[in-house]
Design a protein around this ligand. Structure first.
Ligand SMILES: NC(=O)c1ccc[n+]([C@@H]2O[C@H](COP(=O)([O-])OP(=O)(O)OC[C@H]3O[C@@H](n4cnc5c(N)ncnc54)[C@H](O)[C@@H]3O)[C@@H](O)[C@H]2O)c1
Ligand SMILES: CC(C)=CCC/C(C)=C/C=C/C(C)=C/C=C/C(C)=C/C=C/C=C(C)/C=C/C=C(C)/C=C/C=C(\C)CCC=C(C)C
Length: 596
């Protein structure tokens, strides 16, 4: 485990007070300042309000407050950026900023980095917490954002190419393998729907048009005008293509070319596995990104498991001279004069920085961490447009290797009888068998089966521990039976290890409101138009992760990390910026979001 500073206590407010002494050199003044600061900070904690009204300050308080402010504005100011959470979004933002020269502190509630992209080990197995399907991990193009994020901090991971992104097992025994080679995939799909050959070719070609435009850009913050206008100048056609598709959804475009309802349902399933909603609600840019990257760069699995990505980024961060603290549960974002200036942990420690970046979801950031603040209009709008996607039920199993037929694919998506069950809780089943690619993840002669399906918190609340445990067993048993019937006869008797996680488990370990999978559109929105970027209505506070543009997905949150780092760097003066253009662009983007 990486904990960069051996004594985290050194960074608490007592230490800050000691530093304040440098502003007032006498010993007597120093201890006065220390006592006064502690009193002031205790009172602030007691009343649980972020800023006290000016009139309530005594003269002493005012002197103290301005001394503290002066300290924060001086070189003693310890951090440029505090990042709350070490999911891939938070880590990419943190490492990019560290590389640009910022002093960054990442605060992670859990004991290891990665969040949904973390790992855990039991009985000789290394399990990925979340998805094992890794986009953006190739050596090609501009969209290999995971490879680039690692390279930025001098890391390179060995990867194993996955020959099949996913094997679909769908109603009426429709079986489609998404081969790495585009031509093989398209030939297989056309063989199943030969009457729709033209429609298939046109839909996927449209995806390639968007992917190629994306892949030609240098990806940075779309909220930073000098970069954005620069890209429009260098690549006008590509930028106009993206602007044209920004408000569009994949379902509408598919319906322009394809009429067969079963094929349209297949496109729904293609979208559902990356966005937890059907094609009509999936932004066309996001659909194109994943439907093409899987063939362009291909899906590549990191040797040792997905958790290695976060571990490498965390190490890279520390190598750059920045810091990460674990078991650091942020409970409050500290506000001063309407600006986010620091954070408070559950154990009372406080840390201060010029800017705060939250990798918690927007629901958690604005609903839990910003106490006593009214929900800004922009966040009200976000919550009007997007709801929390359901959480999921996950089963991590170790099974006897001989249960899998030869040539079993690594990833499967199963929807047995009825297309209408696609988006229902427990309706469809995701299955990854990462040991097909990397046998080192399990003891010899064993495979890992990671099974997950959408499930909502409502289903798991208000039960006794006994009922909860019994329900976990029952639901897991049903799902395993379905896989036994559909894919692997005899599966149950081959299980040697099993652990079931519910929405409550995911809420607890991932610190995500209701254990949500991420945001999903409340209705049929206009593509990505309504998705907020990284800046927030609160001065000094930024968000990163899947409740920011472009949404769910490890590569998507990596992009949000890149964008966030660029915008923050411009705001703290380590990258070029133009305040006049900034204001104009932010107003324009705010207005565009209202059209969603
Ligand atoms: N099964 C899956 O595949 C699965 C499940 C959920 C999410 N996801 C995906 O994972 C990605 C999410 O990545 P992300 O970067 O947005 O975030 P994340 O949820 O992976 O990570 C956020 C991190 O912040 C930490 N955190 C949250 N609140 C905190 C607090 N108050 N104090 C300290 N630490 C705190 C969490 O412990 C976690 O490590 C998305 O792609 C999402 O769609 C995948
Ligand atoms: C800003 C204005 C006004 C105009 C500008 C026009 C312009 C230049 C626009 C530019 C837009 C850009 C740059 C957009 C970039 C978009 C990107 C990079 C989108 C990326 C999306 C990635 C996604 C959606 C990835 C999703 C991946 C997921 C969710 C993977 C999970 C997979 C599973 C859960 C796998 C399923 C598992 C099994 C077992 C089947």
């Amino acid at each position: 485990m990486l904990v960069s500073h051996p004594n985290p206590q050194l960074f608490n407010h007592h230490h800050k007070t000691a530093k304040l002494g440098t502003l007032r050199p006498t010993n007597q003044n120093q201890s006065l300042l220390k006592i006064g600061f502690n009193r002031w900070s205790q009172r602030r904690r007691r009343c649980n309000s972020t800023v006290r009204p000016q009139s309530a300050l005594s003269v002493d308080d005012k002197v103290l407050k301005s001394a503290i402010k002066a300290d924060r504005n001086s070189n003693n100011y310890r951090y440029d950026v505090i990042v709350i959470g070490s999911g891939i979004g938070g880590l990419v933002a943190a490492t990019q900023l560290a590389v640009k020269g910022a002093r960054v502190l990442v605060l992670e509630k859990y004991v290891i980095p990665g969040g949904s992209s973390g790992f855990y080990q039991r009985d000789g197995y290394t399990f990925d917490v979340g998805s094992s399907v890794m986009f953006g991990f190739s050596e090609k193009g501009n969209l290999n954002l995971i490879t680039q994020a690692l390279a930025a901090v001098g890391c390179k991971m060995q990867v194993i190419p996955d020959p099949t992104t996913v094997h679909f097992h769908l109603p009426r025994n429709l079986s489609v393998q998404v081969h790495r080679e585009y031509s093989e995939f398209i030939t297989e799909l056309i063989s199943k729907f030969s009457h729709e050959k033209q429609g298939i070719l046109k839909f996927y070609s449209e995806c390639w048009k968007i992917f190629n435009a994306l892949n030609s850009l240098e990806l940075k913050s779309l909220e930073e005008p000098i970069y954005l206008f620069g890209q429009f100048f260098k690549k006008p056609l590509e930028c106009l293509t993206l602007a044209y598709y920004l408000p569009q959804n994949a379902g509408d475009i598919a319906r322009k070319f394809i009429k067969d309802p079963e094929l349209l349902s297949f496109i729904d399933a293609e979208c559902f596995i990356v966005s937890t909603v059907n094609a009509a609600q999936t932004p066309m840019i996001n659909a194109s990104m994943v439907l093409c990257d899987r063939h362009f760069g291909g899906i590549n699995y990191p040797v040792g498991g997905v958790g290695g990505i976060a571990k490498s980024l965390a190490k890279g961060l520390v190598d750059q001279g920045s810091e990460i603290l674990y078991k650091a549960n942020v409970t409050n974002i500290i506000m001063e004069g309407g600006k986010a200036v620091g954070v408070r942990l559950s154990d009372g420690r406080e840390f201060f920085a010029k800017t705060i970046v939250s990798n918690a979801t927007r629901w958690d950031t604005f609903g839990k961490l910003l106490k006593g603040e009214d929900l800004p209009k922009e966040e009200q709008n976000f919550q009007k447009l997007y709801v929390k996607a359901p959480s999921f039920l996950s089963i991590h199993m170790g099974v006897k290797a001989e249960i899998l037929p030869p040539d079993t694919d690594c990833h499967h998506f199963v929807l047995e009888d009825n297309w209408t069950s696609l988006e229902k809780p427990y309706g469809s089943i995701f299955l990854s068998i990462p040991t097909i690619l990397d046998s080192s993840l399990a003891p010899k002669g064993r495979h890992i089966l990671h099974i997950f399906t959408t499930a909502s918190m409502e289903d798991w609340k208000g039960m006794s521990q006994e009922d909860y445990e019994a329900k976990k067993e029952l639901v897991a048993e049903e799902i395993i039976s379905r896989l036994e019937n559909k894919l692997f006869p005899g599966l149950k008797s081959s299980i040697v290890f099993k652990e079931v996680g519910t929405p409550k488990t995911h809420r607890r370990y991932l610190a995500r409101d209701n254990g949500t999978y991420g945001p999903m559109p409340r209705g049929n929105l206009k593509g990505l138009l309504g998705m907020p970027f990284n800046t927030t209505a609160i001065d000094g506070l930024y968000c990163v992760g899947d409740s920011c543009f472009p949404g769910q997905g490890v590569i998507a949150v990596a992009f949000s990390g890149v964008m966030c780092a660029h915008r923050v760097a411009a705001d703290i003066g380590i990258e070029q910026s133009s305040p006049v253009l900034d204001a104009a662009l932010l107003r324009l983007l705010g207005w565009l979001r209202t059209l969603a």
